[in-house]
Design a protein around this ligand. Structure first.
Ligand code: NAD
Length: 283
């Protein structure tokens, strides 16, 4: 029975995951490396819940109860008694592997480790621990409180029991889990990123202006955001990193990142977060 839930990383994804877990009734330990990151993460949860209070979708007392179930900490030790841990730290194999090795020594051997990685091999990360059978991908979508999907990725050694526990947990958080196997980009980014990359090629080759490319996909295909708009939202550095994972993982030229995408990243034009990508943003 999972009662206490650990979230590592209080960034964009980590604080969203902590919020939905606490809202589902779990006691959450949210760990990051500094108080400043924790403060920012907690503030973002507070703001998101307040929006629901303002829209009368959440009672103010319930908001306080949810916040009261989240314990922000910089101490690894606080995770010792948790029953399930999701990692949402920086997208870097070495950083994640080091973290899981440390956790491996700290928590009970029956505790499941889940990673929210967008692209790193679940099999490879699981093999860095002594519990590859209890290691799984739990890929939430951004923004976590809004998006229904959790892509649940089984590594080669992930046990059926680990899968079933993770699926049930995602459902108890109000999400819809979808099971896939481990492969570069899983399903979500394997399908999404080449579409975004192709839109960048269309721009690069002068087939259409950004607004035209996005409008065609919105009006013609009923996509809520155009591919270039979406790339700016995700971050062009993140898009490039995922294309590189696909390219290296399959050794197939069809995943070649568009040179224009590389050039934008080299220029520091990373999308919304840097104020400029395919579009310009204030603040
Ligand atoms: N942003 C997205 O749209 C999105 C969507 C799906 C999955 N992901 C994945 O989720 C993960 C997190 O992404 P994000 O966008 O939230 O990143 P982010 O940069 O917003 O947050 C990462 C946080 O992890 C913290 N951190 C780094 N090392 C740590 C450690 N050892 N212990 C504790 N905290 C540590 C950082 O201080 C930071 O606060 C990545 O693997 C990313 O690929 C991101």
């Amino acid at each position: 029975m999972i009662k206490s839930f650990g979230v590592i990383g209080a960034g964009t994804m980590g604080n969203g995951i902590a919020q939905v877990a606490a809202r589902s009734g779990l006691l959450v330990v949210m760990r990051d490396v500094s108080d400043e990151y924790l403060r920012r993460g907690f503030k973002s949860i507070d703001k998101s819940l307040q929006r629901d209070v303002d829209k009368q979708r959440l009672a103010p007392e319930e908001k306080e109860r949810i916040l009261g179930r989240i314990k922000p900490t910089t101490e690894m030790e606080e995770l010792r008694e948790t029953d399930f841990i999701v990692e949402a730290v920086t997208e870097d194999f070495a950083a994640k592997a080091t973290l899981f090795r440390e956790l491996d020594k700290l928590v009970r051997p029956d505790v499941i480790f889940a990673t929210n990685t967008s692209s790193i091999s679940i099999t490879r990360l699981g093999a860095a621990t002594t519990r590859p059978g209890r290691f799984i991908g739990m890929h939430f979508m951004n923004p976590v409180p809004v998006m229904k999907l959790v892509e649940v990725i089984r590594g080669i050694a992930t046990s059926d029991e680990t899968y079933a526990t993770t699926r049930d947990l995602a459902e108890s958080m109000g999400k819809t889990p979808v099971e896939v196997n481990d492969a570069p980009g899983f399903v979500s980014n394997r399908v999404l990123m080449p579409m975004i990359n192709e839109a960048v090629f269309a721009l690069y080759e002068g087939v259409g202006a950004p607004g035209a490319i996005d409008q065609i996909m919105k009006l013609g295909m009923n996509h809520p955001m155009g591919p270039l708009e979406l790339a700016d939202f995700i971050g062009l550095d993140v898009c490039l990193a995922i294309m590189n994972v696909l390219y290296d993982g399959f050794n197939d030229s069809k995943y070649r990142p568009c040179p224009l995408l590389k050039k934008y990243v080299d220029a520091g034009w990373l999308g919304r977060k840097s104020g400029k990508g395919f579009y310009e943003y204030q603040n």
